[in-house]
Design a protein around this ligand. Structure first.
Ligand code: PHE
Length: 360
């Protein structure tokens, strides 16, 4: 980096709301790490218009009902110019109407449910959406893994889970596969034995779990205890360093899709992985990279808008084309969704290994 003058004056504030603690704390940690790295990189390069960038953090503790309040506080009290959050679609859906009503841009790094950006023209996402992710998973299961009989285990309280299961089932049956079971659980469940026992009797060769890493680890354990041998399949919600800590050897052979792999050979990604490792002592997950990109993309839009004014910033964000980031190039379509590749990961020898990349 060239030496830039230290930024001075009124900070440009970005509001960050996420599950920093609670059930999904691993998501909050990754998102915060990626965002902080981006803010520090921006400030080392002179800030925005010579002003420092500041991240104002609100923790929703992974609880429902907290994210709208967090968004209101960040907008009214902290006077942020844009919001970054959430990871879980359920919580982004709580905050999005607040941002939309205020006319203030919200960028979600990782919420994949289609309803999120449908809230309105102030809501943007820098990742792919679930119509793509669900189709990718079903096609991969059918073609690459040779799976034919799928059981679904759905978190009925999470729009992410319900939506992803739906797309998966439609694509899998269109390919000729069968959905042999559809069982439900609710977000904080710890015991899945009743559902898994019902699934065991269906001779499913795959168990599709569109859920988050805690449920994934517990389901893997309990499924193996019950003698269920189906291949465990999931989406981006599986990705967390804690996945393997919770599920252990029971996860061997699990396949899931995600947004990015730290194994990527792209120069920008390599530099990011090195900086991230130096600072945090671990490799970044996709959510960390997407969060880094969210901050940089907002900064880029502020520069292109020539202003932090809400309407101008919203317009500049909507016009994002080929923005070079850690997760590849971001182009936002007419629904304010990014079109991105999916990475397919497999658990092998206790490691999550990149096995394929699927283009849109
Ligand atoms: N895509 C998930 C959702 O919409 C959230 C998620 C993204 C979780 C990335 C982990 C990693 O709810």
């Amino acid at each position: 980096l060239a030496h830039a003058a230290a930024p001075t004056g009124e900070p440009v504030k970005l509001g960050f709301f996420m599950s920093v603690t609670g059930r999904d704390a691993s998501f909050g940690e990754a998102a915060l790490r990626g965002s902080r790295l981006a803010v520090d990189d921006l400030n080392a390069a002179g800030g925005i218009f010579g002003r420092p960038v500041e991240l104002v953090v609100e923790d929703n503790r992974s609880l429902p009902g907290e994210s709208a309040t967090a968004a209101k506080k960040l907008i009214t009290r902290n006077k942020v110019v844009a919001l970054i959050g959430e990871c879980a679609s359920s919580r982004t859906l709580e905050a999005a109407p607040v941002a939309q009503a205020a006319g203030l841009p919200l960028v979600t790094p990782a919420s994949t449910n289609p309803k999120v950006t449908a809230v309105g023209d102030c809501i943007f996402r820098v990742c792919f959406a679930d119509p793509f992710q669900g189709a990718v998973l079903a096609t991969y299961a059918w073609k690459n893994l040779g799976l034919r009989r799928a059981a679904l285990l759905i978190d009925s309280t999470a729009p992410y889970s319900v939506g992803l299961a739906d797309v998966f089932a439609k694509t899998f049956t269109a390919l000729g596969g069968a959905i042999v079971a559809s069982q439900k659980y609710s977000g904080d469940a710890k015991d899945f034995r009743a559902q898994l026992t019902a699934i065991r009797s269906t001779q499913a060769d795959t168990l599709f779990l569109p859920g988050y890493y805690v449920a994934a680890g517990l389901v893997a354990q309990q499924a193996r205890e019950l003698g269920l041998r189906s291949t465990l399949l999931g989406g981006d919600g599986f990705e967390a360093p804690q996945l393997i800590e919770i599920g252990g050897a029971a996860l061997e052979g699990t396949v899931y899709s995600t947004h990015y792999s730290a194994e990527s050979k792209a120069p920008a990604s390599r530099r990011f992985v090195t900086a991230y490792r130096a600072r945090y002592g671990a490799a970044p997950v996709g959510l960390a990279a997407l969060s880094y990109d969210s901050v940089q993309l907002i900064a880029d839009a502020v520069r292109r808008a020539g202003s932090t004014e809400r309407g101008a910033l919203k317009k500049a964000l909507a016009a994002t084309r080929d923005f070079p980031g850690i997760t590849g190039r971001t182009t936002l379509d007419e629904h304010r969704d990014a079109i991105k590749e999916a990475a397919i990961m497999m658990v092998r020898g206790g490691q999550c290994v990149l096995v394929d990349s699927i283009r849109p």
